[in-house]
Design a protein around this ligand. Structure first.
Ligand code: GRF
Length: 216
């Protein structure tokens, strides 16, 4: 029997990863119901995508709150109205408090544009080039209070070529993200993921499917 779980998606910008979820739900390859999209930025294009797909959506502007704690409380209260099984960070550009992260422990996921644990934080593409890396990519991981540090579910990588700059890398890695983020969420929806000793297992073991190589 197909399981459908409820997801809340948090965004701050373009929402192309959100669009990948919307498209795969429509195609029947991703068994989630996107119950809510929240942006902390009022004019984020991702909100338009939610509207076009008839998905409940809201803006909670962090600037309207006096502290990170107060913002996170408001965000949690809004998210909990839809009682999601998973909270998906898809280009959500706010650091979350430990209280928020712990509230959604083991059901809060993020995508980060690097091969974690390499290049946490920002400017990952330029930093990978500057470091002379052979590979670069994106990581989907469970979120823990420490930034960009939770157990990795799935990574996609591609070789950096001499022609690459930060812009070209970003574009190619975005394409990887659009393929792999829905896949990671589908694994979660199918209850195929578990965490043991800070490592994510797929069907009870570490799997070669958790590191995919692309030639884009
Ligand atoms: C992605 O590159 C993701 O890795 C990063 O933010 C970007 C979001 O892009 N965390 P979009 O809003 O989904 O287009």
């Amino acid at each position: 029997m197909k399981q459908t779980i409820k997801a809340a998606v948090l965004i701050s910008g373009g929402g192309s990863n959100l669009q990948a979820f919307i498209d795969q739900v429509a195609q029947g390859t991703l068994n989630i119901e996107i119950s809510l999209v929240v942006s902390n930025v009022a004019d984020a294009y991702g909100l338009e995508r939610a509207r076009n797909a008839n998905i409940e959506h809201d803006c909670i502007d962090h600037k309207a709150y006096s502290s990170r704690e107060a913002f996170d409380q408001a965000l949690m209260a809004r998210i909990d109205q839809v009682q999601p099984d998973i909270v998906i960070l898809a280009g959500f550009m706010r650091i979350l408090t430990a209280e928020f992260v712990n509230h959604y422990a083991n059901r809060l996921v993020n995508i980060h544009p690097s091969l974690l644990p390499k290049f946490t934080g920002v400017n990952t593409h330029q930093r990978a080039i500057d470091a002379g890396e052979q590979w670069h990519g994106a990581s989907i991981h469970f979120v823990i209070p420490e930034l960009d540090a939770g157990p990795v579910i799935l990574q996609g990588r591609l070789p950096i070529t001499p022609k690459d700059d930060a812009e070209s890398l970003q574009q190619r890695i975005h394409k990887i993200e659009h393929q792999l983020y829905p896949l990671a969420i589908q694994w979660f929806a199918q209850n195929r993921l578990s965490i043991e000793n800070d490592q994510v297992l797929l069907d009870g073991e570490t799997s070669a499917q958790q590191l995919q190589t692309f030639d884009l």
